[in-house]
Structures are given as structure tokens and as C-alpha cells.
Design a protein around this ligand. Sequence first.
Ligand code: CLF
Ligand code: SF4
Length: 515
Amino acid sequence: MELGTRKTVAQLLVMQPALLSIGQKGCSSKSGIGKSSCGSAAGQGDLSPETWEKIKNHPCYSEEAHHHYARMHVAVAPACNIQCNYCNRKYDCSNESRPGVVSERLTPEQAARKVLAVASNIPQMTVLGIAGPGDPLANLEKTFKTFDLVTRAAPDIMLCLSTNGLMLPEYVDRIQALNIDHVTITINMIDPEIGAKIYPWIYFNKRRYEGVEAARILSERQLLGLEMLTERGILCKVNSVMIPGVNDHHLAEVNKAVKSRGAFLHNIMPLISAPEHGTVFGLNGTRGPTAQELKALQDSCEGEMNMMRHCRQCRADAVGLLGEDRGNDFTTEKVMEMDVHYDLEIRQAYQEDVERQRAAVVAARNEELKTLASTDSNISVLIAVASKGGGRINQHFGHAKELQVYEVSTTGVKFVGHRRVDNYCQGGFGEEEDLETVVRAINDCAAVFVSRIGNCTRKGLLKAGIEPVDRFALEYIEQSALTYFREYLERVRSGEIEHKRRGDADIRQGALIAT
Ligand code: CLF
Ligand code: SF4
């Protein structure tokens, strides 16, 4: 994409075809399948107008929004005041980033210019997050100065902060004064004995604490910080890293504790752990959870508490829709050469078009849901989808770097996660062993929806018991999933196919590298 020139709404729409409308159908209401993955998956629902206003365009706080709106991070916070056993300082913060060095660390001034450059070229970028590569509150002045510069120059961009929480109680007033409306705290335990297995030390009040004492101080301050923020009406999300054998059986308790203190959303993420990352857990062989272990824990915590399932554990310098990274389009060198024009009117006009598209997606889904209203069945299936965004099936199987996974039953359809698969098709060809890796990543799915797929790949998937489906190309994902499911039930009833529970699937480890 050519950067650095002023663009009209029409030009921006042409550049981002995933967001164009292709035949709109019907109008909107609520989703099915229990509590949606973040309480906002299908519109305002029972949320207050103030809360809805804060989340409706935030790609992390609203699952539905993440198909349409983008976020960006600026890496202005290199230092940290604690040590997590899943983190190696040479790598991004594992709380909020996949491992992989941050490409560039920025000064607040560089960061503010980069935000304006992205805002000019990606008008659906609605959120600026500071999430590392260390802890933003261990880099106070850089963090707050960046937010201050951005809020003056681009007032429509929401500000988002992600922290380990150690210093939160000291700075909630400053956070509120800067209109930082979204704060994420990573809380992996409320029991210091468990905490001692995750955190070898913290640095607090000019002293280093270790073991259980360190974990106790950290936990107390995280929970106090959460309470202070929610009392002030600041929307809080809690991230927890699921570490099998360490805190996996404890996270349900964490869920209750953060819910009772007013957290809006709980994001339980899989541990990323590999020896090459050089982390304690990576080196001592602590594994990450499987896809079904993660889903089972998320399901067990889902009730009144909103669960986030669309987190991409993104880099501390990520730019774009969740699941894509356009960081390489906005390196400091490129940003300095750009002729940056932040235009609020163009951004708003573009976002109005996105809203029309979004409403059409929800309406089509609800219209299709009616066709299942009188159907009674305990069957549910998982469907993997290749999508470039906009809520549509609009990606070639071989070009997908991730597949989105939806669960569909007679009560509705919901997003339950994504699986990293990388490009199967490199230079037009896919290797058989690469297909095996993809199959392992979606082994729990009955079908994969794609815009196109090659014949050999189709056969390979069928052999693995996964049905490749390209007849819904460019259609809406949720509507198509419901249509497929209705037909699936008919095929089961007629004896054409037998419904079988599928096996478990792998969660792929490693960094999503900017391309
Ligand atoms: Fe960034 Fe985090 Fe704000 Fe989102 S990310 S600071 S809340 S704008 Fe989002 Fe990325 Fe997951 Fe974080 S997908 S790692 S939850
Ligand atoms: Fe690493 Fe983030 Fe933990 Fe600090 S808080 S040690 S940067 S994962």
C-alpha cells in the first residue's frame, strides 16, 4: 500500500476490501450459546450505554468488534519491575505479546507520530495500547507522556494500558486524569504459594522481594489496583496465563476473585513456552495447554463473567486487526518519511461504513438462527474459518496464517478461539507435512470454511475427517456456520453421515512475525 498521501473514504475502502459490503441481509439482535465471549458479541445486550460506548469499537473488549476494528501498540516501555517465569526480557512481554524481539523501541514523540501515521492510513484503528515490552507502569514518564501526546493530537483514539499491576494503586488517579478508559491487569494467581512458582522476584519500594512474600505483595496490589480502577468506572480486563500443573486448577478461583472486584472481562491465555525462548518454563519443560484444555477452562469460567477468547497474544509493537500485523508498514524510518494527515472526519465517515457492515453481519446471523428455532439436538460442532476480516469467509486456505474457530449448536454460533497455522501455501505449493501441522491445529473441527482451496489439500483434509467447504466463499461467517450446521443435522438424521466427537488439537507456539 502506498503510504503518506492523503486519502478519501472511498480510497480507503478500496484499499481494504475485507470491509466492503457484499449484499446485506436483514437486521440485528443478540447471539446464541450462553454468555457471549465478551458480553458484547452481538450488540449492546444488557450493557449500560456508557459501557457499550467504551467497548463497541474496541477489538479486545468486544469479540464482534475485532472483526472490524484494529488496535496498535507502541513499544515505549522497556523496563519491568517483576520477573515472570514465562518471560525472557530479550523477548516481548509474554502477557501481551508473542515471543519475538520488539523491532524498535520508541520515544514518546516517535510513538505519537507513529500513531498519527497509522490513524491516517488505517481509519478503523480505534485503540492505542501500551503493553510493553516491559511494564508500562515501570516506565511511567514515557508511558504517560505518550498517552498525553496522542490524546491531544488524536482525541478519538481510545487509550489502553496493560500492566502487571504492581504499581497500579499509586497511579489510578493519573490513569483516570489521562482518560485511560481500559486497563488490563495480568493476574495469574491469588494464592502466594502458587504465585511463588510463577514469580521468582519483584522489585518494590526500592527493595527486592522473593518467593511467597513477593507473590503476596504482588497479589495484594493487583487486587487493590483492580478495585480502585473499577470504583472509578475504568473498564478492567484481567489476563491470566494458563500454566498446566501450576495454576490451571487455580484460575477458576482467580476468576471469582476478579469478578467480585468488578473486572469486566477475563482473558485466559495459553502459556507460550519453548526452550528457545530461554524462559524458566521453556527451559524446565513446562508445557502450554492443549486447545481443549484451554477451552474447558474458559467454558467452566463462563457464566456471568465475560470471557475473552479472541486474544492473539500480540506483540508489544503490533499494528492492525487482531491476527494480522502491519508493523512493517510503519517502521520509524517509513513513518518519518510519511506526509501524515490525521483527519477526524474521514475516520468517522469510514467507521460509519464499518458500522453498516457490522449490522448486516449480525442481522444475517439472526435471520439464519430463526431457521434452527424448532430444532432440538445436543450436537455441537467446531468449524474453522479462513478470514481476512469483516466477518466474512474471504481467504484462500493456503494463504491463512490463522484459522478462526466457531462453535455452533441449536442455540447459536460463537467464536471460541483461533489457531495459528502460518501460510500453508508458500509460492503456490503446500507441502504434505505442512498440511499435517494444520490438521493438528484444527483436529477438533468438523469442517473448514475457505474462499478457495486446492484439490490435493481438499483430499488431505477429507482424509483427516475435516470437511473443506468453499461454497460459502465471501459470505458471512456466522450465517454460513448456522446454514452448514442445519444441513449437518439433516445429514446426521438421514444417516448420510455419523456425528462423532473429534479429538483434541494443538495450540501452535511461537511468534507472529510482522510481514
Ligand atoms: Fe493492546 Fe491489550 Fe489494549 Fe488490546 S492487546 S493493550 S487490551 S489494545 Fe488484545 Fe493483544 Fe490479547 Fe492484549 S489481543 S494481547 S488482549
Ligand atoms: Fe515479562 Fe511482562 Fe512479566 Fe514483566 S510483567 S516479567 S515484561 S511478562
